[in-house]
Design a protein around this ligand. Structure first.
Ligand code: B12
Ligand code: SF4
Ligand code: SF4
Length: 225
C-alpha cells in the first residue's frame, strides 16, 4: 500500500519542476455525477482530482487594454499545451507507480450547447484549495489573482486531500467596470454568461482569432486588496 504523503510530495515536486506553481488535491466524491462528463466506468476507477495552476505572463497581460492582443492569443495557446504536457507527465509518473491517471484537456469543449468541458477545472481547483470563484466567474488565487490557467488530472493513487481556501473577493470590485460586455456583477451568481460569450465571439470574428478569448477580466484580477 503506497503512502499518501510520499505520493503527494513526489507528484507535487514533478509539477513544480514543470512550471506548475499551484498544486492541490480534491476529493472527487464531493462532486455530483452530472458535473463530470465521463463514463461511470471510468469514474469508478478514480477518487482524487489533482489541480495544477500555471501563472500567465504579467507583461503580456498588461499590454491588454480592452480587447485581446495577438501576443495574448499565442500565450493562451502555448500555456494550454504546457498544461496538457504537465498532465501527461504526471500521468506517466503515476502509472509508473502502479496506478491509474486521466489527464483532462486544458481547454476542450464536449457539450457545445451548454459550453462545457469534461469537468470544470475552476470548480475542481476551488475544491483543491487553489482559491475561490470570484465576481469575474474565474478562479481567484490569493497570490496570482485570476492570472492563472488550470488543468486537472484524475487518479486513484492515494493522496493527501487539500483544504479548500476560505477567502473571497471581499470589497474588491476591480473587474466590474473593465468588462466590455458588462457581464460582471457584484453578486457572482448574477454573472452574465451569455453577454460574455457574445463578446468573445465578436472579438474572434473582428480580430480574426480562431478561439473565443478576451483576457480583460484576467488582467484586472490581482486578488482582493
Ligand atoms: C467553455 C469554456 C468557455 C466558454 C463558456 C464558459 C462557460 N461555461 O460559461 C467561453 C468561451 C465563454 C469562455 C470564456 C472564458 N474562459 Co473559458 N473555458 C471554457 C472551458 C473549456 C469549459 C467550461 C466548463 O466546462 N464549465 C463547466 C460549467 C458547469 O461551469 P460554469 O461555467 O460555472 O457553468 C455555467 C455555464 O455552463 C452556463 N451555461 C449554461 N448553458 C450555457 C450556454 C452558453 C452558450 C454559455 C456561454 C454558458 C452556458 O451555466 C452554467 C451554470 O452557471 C474551461 C476549461 C474547463 N474544462 O474547465 C475554460 C476556462 C473556464 N476558461 C478560462 C478562461 C481564462 C476564459 C476567458 C478569460 C477567456 C480567455 N482565455 O481569454 C473567458 C472568461 C469568461 C468568464 N469571466 O467566465 C479558464 C479559467 C481560469 C481561471 N483562472 O479561472 C479555464 C478553466 C481554462 C483553463 N484551462 O484554465 N470559456
Ligand atoms: S472574458 Fe471579457 S467579456 Fe467575458 S467577463 Fe471577462 S472581461 Fe467580460
Ligand atoms: S478583481 Fe476583485 S472582485 Fe474581481 S474577481 Fe478579482 S478579487 Fe474578485
Amino acid at each position: 500500500m503506497s503512502n499518501p504523503k510520499e505520493n503527494t510530495e513526489k507528484i507535487k515536486t514533478l509539477c513544480h519542476q514543470w512550471g506548475g506553481s499551484l498544486f492541490g488535491v480534491a476529493d472527487l466524491h464531493a462532486f455530483k455525477k452530472e458535473e463530470i462528463l465521463l463514463s461511470p466506468f471510468l469514474m469508478d476507477q478514480v477518487s482524487y482530482g489533482i489541480s495544477v495552476g500555471f501563472p500567465l505572463s504579467d507583461a503580456i497581460l498588461e499590454e491588454i487594454e480592452n480587447q485581446p492582443t495577438p501576443l495574448y492569443f499565442h500565450h493562451y495557446q502555448r500555456v494550454n499545451i504546457l498544461l496538457d504536457t504537465i498532465g501527461l507527465i504526471m500521468t506517466s509518473a503515476i502509472q509508473d507507480l502502479g496506478h491509474r491517471a486521466v489527464p483532462i484537456p486544458a481547454s476542450q469543449i464536449v457539450d457545445w450547447k451548454t459550453q462545457k468541458g469534461h469537468l470544470s477545472h475552476k470548480h475542481l481547483a476551488r475544491a483543491a484549495g487553489l482559491g475561490w470563484i470570484g465576481r469575474n466567474n474565474l478562479l481567484v488565487n490569493e497570490q496570482f489573482g485570476s492570472r492563472i490557467r488550470l488543468v486537472t488530472i484524475l487518479t486513484d493513487i492515494p493522496l493527501v486531500i487539500s483544504s479548500p481556501a476560505i477567502n473571497d473577493c471581499g470589497s474588491c470590485l476591480d473587474c466590474l467596470s473593465v468588462c466590455p460586455a458588462g457581464a460582471i456583477k457584484v453578486r457572482q451568481e448574477e454573472f452574465d454568461h451569455f453577454r460574455c460569450y457574445e463578446q468573445l465571439r465578436t472579438f474572434a470574428k473582428t480580430l480574426h482569432f480562431s478561439h473565443n478569448i478576451c483576457g480583460v477580466c484576467v488582467k484586472a484580477c490581482r486578488g482582493p486588496k
